[in-house]
Design a protein around this ligand. Structure first.
Ligand SMILES: [Zn+2]
Length: 163
């Protein structure tokens, strides 16, 4: 009969052992636990093991990056991300300009031929001459497109620097 309260206390104190090892108990709980440990060899042994384990864990050197280094790394990563997204935008502009150049050539070439030489030229009359003009015309469109893209990219990077 006298064993029963000790048994109940024992279960209660077993739950406190890890907290005691982590030094997370308040002074009242700690005093009660110490009293129990002197009565209960099981808890005393467990407590000893847990204290030892905690001491060992504390002894392991944990690599901890200094705050300045962490924030510097985050900043670098953000800059890299912004840089990459700027490049992505430039690539998209470049692709759009190229597509537009081709669309412009496809639409305006027959129109230009029509205006300059009339319907016959559109249907392949004097093809060799037309091919040469087409090459020159296409080249002109590409150069205009590329210049536009470069100007856009340059303006974007200036804006990026100012932001
Ligand atoms: Zn106990």
């Amino acid at each position: 009969m006298s064993k029963e309260p000790i048994r109940n206390e024992h279960d209660k104190f077993r739950e406190l052992l890890p907290l005691a090892a982590a030094e997370a108990l308040d002074s009242t709980e700690e005093a009660l636990l110490i009293a129990h440990l002197s009565d209960c060899s099981d808890c005393a042994a467990d407590s000893e093991r847990l204290q030892q384990l905690t001491a060992n864990l504390r002894g392991i050197p944990t690599p901890r990056a200094p705050g300045a280094l962490v924030s510097r790394t985050i900043l670098l990563a953000q800059n890299r991300l912004v840089e990459e997204s700027a490049h992505r935008t430039e690539r998209r502009i470049m692709a759009l300009v190229l597509v537009l150049s081709w669309a412009f050539v496809a639409v305006s070439w027959p129109l230009a031929q029509l205006i300059a030489h009339g319907w016959l030229s559109v249907f392949g009359f004097g093809f060799a001459q037309a091919w040469k003009s087409f090459a020159v015309f296409t080249g002109f469109c590409w150069i205009a497109g590329a210049t536009g893209a470069i100007l856009l990219a340059a303006r974007r990077s200036r804006e990026g620097r100012m932001a």
